[in-house]
Design a protein around this ligand. Structure first.
Ligand code: NAD
Length: 473
């Protein structure tokens, strides 16, 4: 006999736990299954984001930022310290405590919402049957009217750089026991830049090898240019057009061979992070005959409403098309739960913000200048540097800028691009304005507190019509 639910969610990561909680709020009987274990070997809900992604990396970014400030910014404020040191064990322990707090928080939320958790690996079978190989032993069979697959994603492993003690993915790079003297990274994407920054700030010599010839190719070109300049000042050695072909773990470190326009070269590092993207975690997830289709990259095929085309089966988050971002998964999870309840669930893919938590932070929403040019959309750009914002200079954080892109005829905001302190928060001015179909003039006429970093957004919006007050237009 299989236990029957209204909704079964496979995966308790950002997309899955949002779907489960929203479905429970809407009065449905919900089960949520997750196979992950925490560092202590016990089941841990929250997915990659909470266990080994967004939250732990931010904990380390914040710890390393404090240490970096001590050596690089405190002096400007007249503060001097002697013999500053970082205790990596304490830093990692703090990170682990935060992870435990938040993964435990999901378990409490499940309890409060009467969601039944199952711990083990779930396989979807035909006729909406889910079989779970439970960690506690034995297989259990569940069925539901609706099943939401939120299986997430795994790091891509390169055939010539197998993960082990010295070659790691994002999970390994969160748990070093000491600062590596030489830290290599393959891939100057989001993970490479964030974790490269953590260990660079703590004193590692960091070399990042990026296959593409352009830095941050997905971002607005000006964002790429300005942030590359800042990273160079921090001595992050980013080598573009560098195609890695081999690695070998030897006594003196990991030998990494790559080819760039100067020919074949080798670097030797103590630890190597491979951060070349992630792939949908759909291996062994679907039994024969479910009717759910995977695309060539192993992603579950869905329509605009996250429906798989098989009655009652939906998929959300990293295992379906779209950016692999926790907050995109949040929105899809909520939308699907609402659609199941007969409500108008919806995700606006045009206003999903991107944030890279480096120093300075990088964030954007909407179209880049390059995309608008390629699409033949007439636009106006207004930008404003943080170096002219009183609050930013008072904080000793003058790097970066805000750029607002608006339609040349309608003035509607089409994109906002930011580099600077706290832009992970400021980008939401752009998200909100775009959601409300706002114009650059709308933003320019909204009173912003002085002194605040948000004045850069205000002046950038004013600069769209060449009327920024604090710079020559
Ligand atoms: P990514 O796609 O952001 O970057 C991977 C980079 O590796 C790319 O620049 C690519 O050109 C490069 N690359 C690929 N193969 C290579 C090779 N053989 N040699 C050298 N370079 C190579 O992927 P990621 O950094 O691994 O992150 C994975 C996912 O996790 C992304 O989708 C990302 O959005 C998400 N994530 C987001 C955040 C955030 O929002 N702050 C943080 C971490 C991860």
């Amino acid at each position: 006999m299989s236990e029957k639910f209204d909704v079964i969610v496979i995966g308790a990561g950002p997309a899955g736990y949002h779907a489960a909680i929203r479905a429970a709020q809407l009065g449905m009987k919900v089960a949520c299954i997750d196979a992950a274990l925490g560092k202590d070997g016990k089941p841990a809900l929250g997915g990659t984001c909470l266990r080994v992604g967004c939250i732990p990396s931010k904990a380390l970014l914040d710890s390393s930022r404090q240490f970096w400030n001590l050596g690089h910014i405190f002096g400007e404020h007249g503060i001097t310290t002697k013999d500053a040191a970082i205790d990596v064990g304490t830093m990692v322990g703090r990170k682990d405590k935060i992870v435990k707090q938040f993964t435990g928080g999901i378990a409490s939320l499940f309890k409060a919402n009467k969601i039944t958790p199952y711990y083990g690996f779930a396989v979807l079978h035909p006729n909406k049957v889910v079989k779970v190989a439970q960690h506690e032993g034995g297989e259990i069979e569940l069925t539901a009217t609706n099943i939401i697959i939120a299986a997430g994603s795994d790091s891509i492993e390169l055939p010539f750089a197998k993960f082990g003690e010295h070659i790691v993915d994002n999970v390994g790079a969160l748990d070093f026991t000491a600062v590596p003297k030489r830290f290599g990274v393959i891939g100057a994407g989001v993970i490479g830049l964030e974790l490269g920054s953590v260990w660079n700030r703590l004193g590692a010599e960091v070399t990042i090898l990026e296959a593409l010839p352009t830095f941050l190719a997905a971002a607005d070109a000006e964002v790429g240019k300005v942030s590359a300049r800042e990273f160079k000042k921090q001595k992050l050695d980013i080598r573009l057009g560098a195609k890695v072909s081999a690695t070998e773990v030897k006594k003196d470190g990991v030998h990494v061979t790559y080819t760039d326009d100067k020919g074949e070269q080798t670097i030797v590092v103590d630890k190597l992070l491979v951060a070349v993207g992630r792939r949908a975690a759909t291996k062994n997830l679907l039994a024969e005959g479910t009717g759910v289709k995977l695309d060539a990259r192993g992603m579950i095929e869905v329509d605009a409403h996250c429906h798989t085309g098989v009655d009652g089966i939906w998929a959300v988050g990293d295992c379906v098309r779209g950016p692999m971002l926790a907050h995109k998964g949040f929105e899809e999870g909520i939308a699907v739960a609402e659609l199941i309840a007969g409500l108008p669930g919806h995700v606006n893919f045009d206003t999903i913000p991107w944030v890279i938590y480096t120093e300075p932070e990088i964030a954007w929403v909407g179209k880049t200048e390059e995309q608008l040019k390629a699409d033949g959309v007439p636009y106006k750009a207004g930008s404003f540097p943080f170096a002219a914002v009183g609050r930013a200079v008072a904080m000793a954080e003058p790097a970066g800028f805000v750029k607002v892109l608006a339609h040349a005829e309608t003035d509607r905001i089409l994109g906002m691009h930011l580099v600077g302190a706290n832009v992970s928060e400021l980008v939401h001015e752009g998200v909100l304005a775009m959601e409300f179909k706002g114009s650059a003039e709308d933003l320019a006429r909204i009173c912003h507190a002085h002194p605040s970093l948000s004045e850069a957004v205000h002046d950038a919006a004013m600069a769209v019509d060449k009327r920024a007050i604090h710079k020559a237009n």
